[in-house]
Write a protein that binds this ligand. Structure first.
Ligand SMILES: [Fe+2]
Ligand SMILES: [Fe+2]
Length: 181
């Protein structure tokens, strides 16, 4: 726990101060929790970039239906990144703007889905662990946020696994159902 005595220097805290004027930097916040929220945000930024890239590639290849699904999930990840930023700001942290990994391009659909499954599995693991730490740090709001995200990542994981499974079992006839508008 940081304990900074900022005295009358509150104005140096900048625009974050507007988010929670009652909370001074270092007061009632856990740097550990802020770091976890930021690690999660970096992961979300990677997922957004990856799914949007896949969305464009799938559109190009005429898999419009699958492309729309990717876009929808990317938008959900954007909301996650924003929820995490709001919480980080409330705790007087600085939301990261950097994804935590590069993205893959030019993959076949099966490979794309494997990439996405891995991203979601990592997020599920990360958020499960983060929720436990938030509990230890007595930050129930951050814990609930991680639990909410966790539920949605599990849904994404389920969607990607089902798609991959159907493609493997049914092949071209199933792929044909993912084309068009
Ligand atoms: Fe997410
Ligand atoms: Fe996700």
């Amino acid at each position: 726990m940081l304990c900074l005595d900022l005295g009358d220097r509150d104005e140096t805290l900048g625009w974050n101060a507007a988010r929670n004027p009652k909370l001074r930097k270092g007061e009632g916040m856990s740097q550990k929790v802020i770091d976890l929220l930021n690690a999660a945000r970096a992961r979300e930024l990677t997922a957004i970039t990856q799914y949007m890239a896949q969305h464009y590639e799938l559109e190009d290849r005429d898999f419009g239906k699958l492309a729309s699904q990717m876009k929808e999930i990317a938008i959900q990840e954007m909301k996650h990144a924003e929820d995490l930023a709001e919480r980080i700001l409330y705790l007087r942290g600085e939301p990261t703007t950097k994804p935590d990994a590069g993205i893959k391009k030019g993959q076949e659909i099966g490979e794309m889905l494997s990439t996405d499954i891995a991203l979601e599995q990592q997020a599920v693991k990360m958020y499960n662990e983060a929720a436990v730490v938030c509990s230890e740090e007595k930050d129930q709001i951050s814990k609930r946020l991680f639990e909410k995200l966790l539920g949605e990542e599990e849904e994404h994981l389920n969607i990607f696994e089902n798609l991959k499974d159907h493609i493997e079992k049914l092949g071209a006839p199933y792929l044909a159902t993912l084309t068009g508008e």
